[in-house]
Structures are given as C-alpha cells and as structure tokens.
Design a protein around this ligand. Structure first.
Ligand code: ATR
Length: 280
C-alpha cells in the first residue's frame, strides 16, 4: 500500500544489506514497466527489526523483502503468515495490505522451482528420487517446495546429522535423513541433486562429492550464485549432466514480491540476467 497511487516504495531489510542485488533487480523492473516507484536498501540492526517492520505502514511502504538475519525474527511481527511460509519457518516478503495490516510470505520456494522450470520446462518433482545437501534455512524452503510439487523421495544429507534428522521428522515423508558420509551413494538413481550448503561458494572450500553414482541425465542444481558455476556444477557439466546455477532462484524469488507491491508479474529477461551477472 503506497501513501498515494503515484509513487510505490519497497525495499530490503537486512544486516548487512549493502551487497544485496535486490535493488538492481526491482529497480530494473520499475523502469521496464514504466512504474513510478523505488526499491531501496534498508539496513536494519537485529535489535531494531520490530521497529522497522512496524514502521513500514507509517513510512508509506508497499512492503519489503526480509533477508539475513531477519527471516525468522520477522515472523511474529506480521499480522498473518502465508501457510507455505509457515511451513518453511521464515518469511522473505512483507506486504502492507490496503487496511494497513502486514502479511508475510516466503517466495524462495517459488524461486527455486521456477529456476528449474526455466532450465527444463518439463521438469517434474516426481520424476525420481531427489538428493538435497544441507539442512539450513535455504534447505527448508527447497524441501517444502519439492514436497509441494509432489516429490516422492527426498534424501537429505547434512554434515550435522541431528539437523537432518530433525527436518526429516518435522516434514515427514517424503524426506529421509541420510548420513553426510553416505552422500556419494545417495546419488544413485536420482533425478535431481541440489546443493544448499555453502561449500563451493567464493572463499569457501569446494564440496567434496563423487558423482560416480549420479545418473547422467540427472539435473544438478546449486543455489550458490557467486561463483555462477561452482566446482560441483563444473564437474556435473563436464560429465554431461544438465545444470542450474543459483542466479535463477535469486531472480525468480523477486518476481512474486514485485507483483504483490507493484501489481505486475515481471518477466525474467536475458537483459536482466546479464545486468545482474555483471555485478557478481
Ligand atoms: P542457508 O540459510 O544458506 O541455508 P545456513 O542455515 O547457515 O545457511 O546453512 C548452511 C548449511 O551449509 C548447513 O547445512 C551446514 O551444515 P551444518 O548443519 O552441519 O552446519 C552446511 N555447511 C556449512 N559448512 C559446511 C562444511 N564445511 N561441510 C559441510 N556442510 C557445511
């Protein structure tokens, strides 16, 4: 909800937030669709997230994105939470409704699925077993997304066994916890492999994973986007597997949020991809 219909304001609350690509993405769409508005960085310290979220309405914001470290802390600050976001256990989008109340959403699940569909339009979650590496916040969104889309078997491997087990218990079938040491064998017969760990990110160690058991047609997704091609994706591509990098998830998670605030479901164009790739 903007204060009037002529200027629509949105932004991203995070700490730190200076590195966020969201302003570049949303302001590109504001220009592309000839809208009158702006998307700004909102550096909000953790102890001030309550004041900041509750201040959205007074400041005339249509809403905002919520990023690290506020995605869980912001949940009790909104008036209602979308069921999918509730299952994920985090919100990344707040919408100021016409009556001034706040709604919380999580668009990461949409972003992830859409990034796979952009790469393979006929991709299906029930095409075969899926192996997911990592059990952090990003993994939760991806597990919920895959389960929603009908995945029958999700093998969840995490370095810390207790976290994988806790998620398998919370989400129930189809999620099964697998020991980190078993990750190589857990690739047998899979249709999709997803890395949600930070291994392979710029400045981090690469993920140590043998792809020997991975079927050649399996889709390999890494949600990391710096670098665009992680060592995992390079190895997968070199043996002939189709791959999806993390840029698609980043760009696609922004689309439903933009629609909620600006009233247009924006397109993902090659020009936008190139512009964001140039900042990586
Ligand atoms: P995000 O929100 O991006 O998911 P996170 O919640 O910090 O980030 O989760 C990071 C994930 O990367 C976790 O699954 C973590 O494993 P642990 O649960 O055992 O901590 C995984 N990870 C990070 N460093 C790792 C490493 N060196 N080896 C294996 N897994 C690692």
């Amino acid at each position: 909800m903007a204060t009037d219909n002529t200027f629509i304001l949105a932004g991203v609350m995070g700490w730190p937030v200076a590195h966020s690509r969201s302003p570049a993405i949303h302001n590109h769409w504001i220009r592309q669709y000839g809208l009158n508005g702006s998307y700004v960085l909102l550096p909000v310290q953790p102890d001030l997230i309550g004041d900041a979220v509750r201040g959205l309405r007074a400041l005339g914001f249509a809403g905002c994105n919520i990023t690290i470290p506020h995605k869980v802390a912001a949940m009790p600050l909104v008036d209602r939470i979308d069921p999918l976001a509730k299952r994920i256990g985090a919100i990344n989008t707040v919408v100021v409704e016409a009556d001034g109340t706040l709604s919380g959403f999580n668009t990461d699940a949409f972003g992830f699925i859409q990034s796979l569909l952009d790469a393979q339009p006929d991709w299906r979650a029930d095409a075969g077993p899926v192996t997911v590496l990592g059990a952090g916040g990003a993994s939760r969104a991806i597990l919920v997304a895959l389960a929603e889309r009908g995945a029958k078997e999700i093998r969840l491997c995490n370095r810390s066994w207790d976290k994988a087990q806790a998620l398998a218990q919370e989400f129930g079938a189809p999620v099964k916890a697998i020991a980190w040491e078993q990750r190589h064998e857990a690739l047998a017969d899979v249709a999709l492999l997803v890395n949600t760990t930070s291994l392979g990110m710029k400045g981090q160690n690469p993920l140590e994973l043998s792809l020997d058991h991975l079927p050649k047609q399996a889709l390999v997704s890494d949600i990391i986007y710096v670098p665009l091609e992680t060592p995992l994706l390079t190895a997968a591509r070199q043996r002939g597997n189709p791959t999806v990098n993390g840029l698609g998830m980043l760009l696609n998670q922004a689309r439903p949020a933009f629609q909620a605030w600006f009233g247009v479901m924006p397109e993902l164009t090659p020009a936008l991809r190139q512009m964001i790739e140039a900042t990586l």
